[in-house]
Design a protein around this ligand. Structure first.
Ligand SMILES: Cc1ncc(C[n+]2csc(CCOP(=O)(O)OP(=O)(O)O)c2C)c(N)n1
Ligand SMILES: [Mg+2]
Length: 333
């Protein structure tokens, strides 16, 4: 891992955030298996360092984030209420979308989190639109537009890159290359597997970056977020991470598309274990302290699940409410 350029407090924060996300995601899988999820869900296990590094580089409440359906970690890092997130995942009234969106439609406009989208690649022009809006108003916001390696093949994504480059939008396209699009490996779905190159035809700055070493991610993210804020132009990054879990909570047949050996090998890249190794080696934290932090979040995740479970299902009479927004534009961002 990279040499320490962070304060001990920040190192602990990144560790805590990754452990917290994993505990939350493990509970989400449990909720799904217990038949309590209001719809399908996709967890972020193995990919934690990416969102932690990037979102800690933002001005929360000012900058914007949009992503696809693997969306639990992003709002949690932006300060959304984990109980409201879990309630939404469970299809309950107190969820962020009043229990009508589920895992794939989390949304917290107060924090600048704009979803939570299920159509692969479909949200990428919406993210460019957010960046267009802030630039039009002369604000110095940055938009993080996360998408998957599979989504990087969508036609609408190429159209979005063109417009973002043409209009010089302050938008960072973050392709999270976790090596799979459902059960399809990168080399079976992408003619050129160096996805960062997708910025080249549009004259957009582009880089392939690490997504597993949280300190490296944080360093790269800070540099690029600062650049985009200052220059108000787009940037494309391909972040190399790995999806440890199945595609979604019902994917129990990972061996159909990847071997056990491959999974075991990938385990060595686990961002949490790498961070633990770093913290121990550099005398930042003891094994006992890390153990206590892991236990703390296990208990916390159980409490979150119990509180969310106490929320009722939405009343059937509300079925047509909250489907379209009645928000006045001037009240929002
Ligand atoms: C337009 C569209 N086509 C197909 C699907 C079905 N689908 C859901 S997820 C997925 C794979 C996307 O993979 P990737 O973009 O790499 O994201 P990841 O799941 O790895 O985060 C597909 C094909 C969809 N939701 N939308
Ligand atoms: Mg993928």
């Amino acid at each position: 891992m990279k040499p320490n350029q962070e304060s001990p407090a920040d190192l602990e924060l990144y560790y805590r955030q990754m452990v917290q996300i994993r505990a939350f995601e493990n509970r989400c899988n449990a909720v799904y298996r217990a038949g309590k999820a209001g719809g399908y869900l996709h967890v972020y296990i193995g990919m934690e360092a990416t969102a932690v590094g990037w979102i800690n580089s933002l001005k929360i409440g000012w900058d914007y984030v949009i992503t696809a359906y693997r969306d639990h970690a992003h709002p949690m890092l932006m300060g959304s209420d984990p109980v409201k997130l879990m309630a939404e995942i469970m299809g309950r009234k107190d969820g962020y979308s009043h229990g009508k969106g589920g895992s794939m439609h989390l949304y917290d406009i107060e924090k600048g989190f704009f979803g939570g989208w299920g159509i692969v690649g479909g949200h990428t022009p919406l993210g460019a639109g957010l960046a267009f809006g802030s630039k039009y108003k002369g604000e110095d916001r940055v938009t993080l537009n996360f998408l998957g390696d599979g989504a990087a093949n969508a036609g609408v994504f190429f159209e979005t890159l063109n417009m973002a480059a043409l209009w010089e939008l302050p938008c960072i396209f973050i392709i999270e290359n976790n090596e799979f699009a459902m059960g399809t490996r990168l080399e079976y779905h992408a003619a050129d597997t160096e996805l960062a190159k997708r910025g080249y035809p549009f004259g957009m700055k582009h880089e392939r970056l690490d997504g597993m070493d949280v300190l490296q991610v944080r360093q790269d993210a800070k540099r690029i977020v600062d650049w985009v804020r200052k220059n108000q132009k787009p940037y494309l990054v391909e972040v190399m991470n790995y999806r440890f879990a199945g595609h979604g909570a019902a994917d129990n047949d990972r061996q159909l598309y990847r071997t056990k050996e491959e999974e075991d090998k990938a385990q060595h890249r686990d961002p949490i274990e790498r961070m633990e190794h770093y913290l121990l080696k550099n005398n930042v934290m003891s094994e006992e302290k890390m153990e206590a932090i892991r236990e703390e979040y296990e208990t916390w995740a159980d409490e979150v699940m119990e509180k969310a479970d106490a929320s009722p299902h939405p009343d059937p009479s509300e079925v047509y409410d909250h489907v379209y927004t009645d928000m006045e534009p001037e009240k929002g961002h």
